[in-house]
Design a protein around this ligand. Structure first.
Ligand code: ADP
Ligand code: MG
Length: 229
């Protein structure tokens, strides 16, 4: 479960401050995808950055699995992020020199334990996840050998390596054509169901919204319920 409670985030902008997120409250439950839509610059990515504990809000509360993330220091927040949050950014920020399998394996290196047993477990999980995103036969390919859609699939699999309870996805289809974009959305819906994640999915592509469990819209940092036509 993830719960944002009256979150406000401002950025310095010369002599003034811009309010990127303005008193936003939002809750997402396990096994559901909440779509977040809204125009460019309306604060969607900023909201996800707060949800991911990557940026501390000016005010408000962030609960992840009943842990109040707003009360944690930077080290504890980073532990919580590693253990409980999967993040998929717009650009598939894969490491060029690593194969698909290795992109996932390095997630294990970020953790504390690095025994041979842990590595074997990580390798097995990496293989299973790549299989479940449809890349079972591409595990030894490097990013330049994969299509944009396949790279995004690796990105999603990597975000799931530590079995997160919260999945945060920012415009995953923006670099893809309609058909590949739709199949990425399908994949996120299926994985949310299979792995019971609480998923927030930012997209400006309105065709995908009817598939989601809830949809909210951001305008100028504020959130409003969106009524689907
Ligand atoms: P969206 O993802 O909906 O396009 P963003 O969250 O990226 O919107 O941006 C919301 C507002 O916050 C914009 O006015 C943007 O210029 C501003 N903003 C975002 N990130 C920063 C930053 N790091 N520093 C200053 N202003 C920022
Ligand atoms: Mg954005």
């Amino acid at each position: 479960m993830i719960r944002l409670d009256n979150i406000t985030l401002t950025f310095e902008d010369g002599d003034t401050r811009v309010t990127a997120v303005d008193h936003v409250s939002l809750t997402a439950h396990p096994g559901t995808v909440t779509g977040i839509t809204g125009p460019s610059g309306s604060g969607k990515s900023s909201l996800l950055a707060v949800a991911a504990t990557l940026i501390a809000a000016d005010s408000g509360r962030l609960l992840i699995d009943d842990i109040d993330a707003t009360r944690l220091d930077a080290a504890a927040a980073s532990d919580l992020r590693r253990d409980a949050v999967g993040i998929v950014f717009q650009q598939s920020n894969l490491i060029p020199s690593l194969t698909a399998l290795e992109q996932l394996q390095v997630m294990n290196e970020l953790g504390a334990r690095r025994s041979r047993k842990a590595l074997a477990r990580a390798t097995q999980r990496a293989g299973e996840l790549l299989d479940s995103v449809g890349l079972g036969d591409q595990v030894h390919k490097r990013p330049h050998q994969l299509s944009g859609g396949q790279r995004q699939r690796v990105n999603i699999a990597r975000a799931l390596m530590n079995d997160p309870s919260v999945l945060l996805v920012d415009e995953p289809t923006s670099a893809l054509d309609q058909e590949r974009g739709a199949s990425i959305i399908e994949l996120i819906l299926r994985l949310t169901d299979d792995l019971n994640t609480s998923t927030l999915l930012v997209t400006h592509d309105l065709v995908h919204l009817p598939r989601m469990h809830a949809v909210v819209q951001m305008v100028d940092g504020r959130l409003s319920e969106r009524v689907l036509a």
